[in-house]
Write a protein that binds this ligand. Structure first.
Ligand SMILES: Nc1ncnc2c1ncn2[C@@H]1O[C@H](COP(=O)(O)OP(=O)(O)OP(=O)(O)O)[C@@H](O)[C@H]1O
Ligand SMILES: [Mg+2]
Length: 243
């Protein structure tokens, strides 16, 4: 599950770009948008014009699971299940999400759940089915405090494998000491840091144009996302070194 306390920290951007990198590494990847009513993942993947069915259509039996999953046109191993824009939330329950995840987990190597911000019911449902949580935060005290509160909630809900990712770092401000340093962030958060992502126009433009910048070879973003992916996949779990 990809989560954050504060909204807008970059969960959807990270879900799309990390998913693309896992797929590029040969994993069969499904990205599920759980942000009901605020669907964005289709836009980040450039799939918005192809969406017909969504997760609630699958859960209500309006369509088959296969019909509600879109395949990326360029990255063959990458698939996405859209959230519903017209949420009839009673169809999404812990049990229905669990059954759906059990079904898709037998067909995919990696399933990423792009969650809504905060600590609401959908996040609790996702916590009940997820093996791992990636808490996305920005280097601001408000976002860090909210990330820590969410992390404590996830711990109470039994998600023992938790990592955080610091997104939208402006190195200029960090160097000047105007935003918390990685050392300070490490002290504020209890979970290991899976990686850092810089504030970058290429990421902003990519997300807003449905382009996955993490798979553009020869760029530092490609190398960085590959390192993050290696730290997150259980087989390649490596401690974060502050390079
Ligand atoms: N590292 C980055 N550099 C530049 N822009 C970024 C970066 N990360 C995210 N953004 C931009 O920030 C905005 C919010 O990102 P995103 O939608 O992924 O956040 P979110 O956590 O999913 O938001 P929400 O809580 O609303 O679901 C987007 O316009 C995205 O392009
Ligand atoms: Mg989002």
């Amino acid at each position: 599950m990809v989560v954050s306390g504060k909204g807008g920290t970059g969960k959807t951007m990270i879900t799309a770009n990390l998913g693309a990198v896992f797929a590029e590494k040969g994993k069969k990847v499904l990205l599920i948008d759980l942000d009901m009513g605020m669907r964005n993942l289709d836009l980040a993947l450039g799939m918005e014009s192809r969406v017909i069915y969504d997760i609630l259509d699958i859960l209500s039996g309006t369509c088959k699971v296969k019909q509600g999953i879109l395949r990326d046109r360029y990255i063959g191993n990458l698939y996405m299940m859209p959230a519903s824009q017209h949420p009839e939330m009673e169809k999404l329950t812990e049990e229905s999400l669990r059954q759906l995840c059990e079904r898709v987990c037998s067909k995919f190597d990696v399933v990423l759940l792009d969650c809504p911000a905060g600590m609401g019911a959908v996040v609790e449902m996702a916590a009940a089915v997820a093996d791992q949580a990636l808490v996305v935060t920005t280097p601001e005290y408000a976002a860090l405090r909210d990330a820590d509160s969410l992390d404590r909630m996830l711990a109470r809900l039994g998600v023992s494998d938790r990592k955080c990712l610091i997104n939208r770092i402006d190195p200029r401000l960090m160097k000047k000491g105007l935003i918390p340093s990685l050392e300070q962030i490490g002290q504020l958060l209890r979970t290991p840091i899976a990686g850092t992502v810089l504030l970058d126009d290429a990421i902003y433009i990519g997300t807003n144009n449905g382009r996955l910048v993490s798979v553009e070879k020869g760029t530092y973003i490609h190398r960085n996302f590959n390192k993050i992916a290696d730290r997150i996949l259980p087989a390649d779990n490596q401690p974060y070194s502050n390079e």
